[in-house]
Design a protein around this ligand. Sequence first.
Ligand code: DX5
Ligand code: ZN
Length: 221
Amino acid sequence: MRLPKAGTIEIVPSILDADFARLADELAVIEQAGIRMVHLDVMDGHFVPNITIGPPVIAKLREHSNLVFDSHLMISEPVKYAEAFAKAGANHITFHIEVVEKPKELIDKLHDLGCTAGICLNPETPVENIKAVAPLCDMVLVMTVHPGFGGQEFMLEAAKKVAEVRRIVGPGVRIEVDGGINTETIPKVISYGADTLVVGHAIFAEPDRVAAINAIRAAIG
Ligand code: DX5
Ligand code: ZN
């Protein structure tokens, strides 16, 4: 399981609105529908005001799923926990620039652990802060809401940063957007240069996940 090379548009369902008591089944449904990656939102109650899952849950899910595990670490100490997430079976690990002083060292460490590396910036964080290291990553994650909760309203100004990131990284690095991504906002983020679309509420808050995925595919065109 490896992050697909840049050049395709990927829908990446976020588990935040899924049924946490039936996570393996939820993953099986999206995998059956042809999805290749799942976005695992990890929250520590410190970097963000919410708590979700950690390595033990990811390790158990790994036994049930062939999806690429795209782990979004919304935690204050990603350096400390990177290895535990890699060992649990995360394939791609994204950390927040806001809490890492030496991002190049962490990117190298993630690669050494056999993972692809992602860097993320919050809506208020300038692109300038990731300029030097973004090209070293496999994917850049641009938050289009303040991290912490699913189902929030899309922030257009934050999404516009995607175009700036694209100019910096060129075509070979994926750009992921996360927060308020749905059939209405997808054309905008694609026009800015995003190719990896995290979708939480618009899939897992719908009773028919497959129909929701197909509606999103139609919006991509
Ligand atoms: C927000 C998370 C997102 C979230 C997106 O803190 O990082 O991945 O689940 O959910 P929606 O698509 O509902 O905005
Ligand atoms: Zn996320």
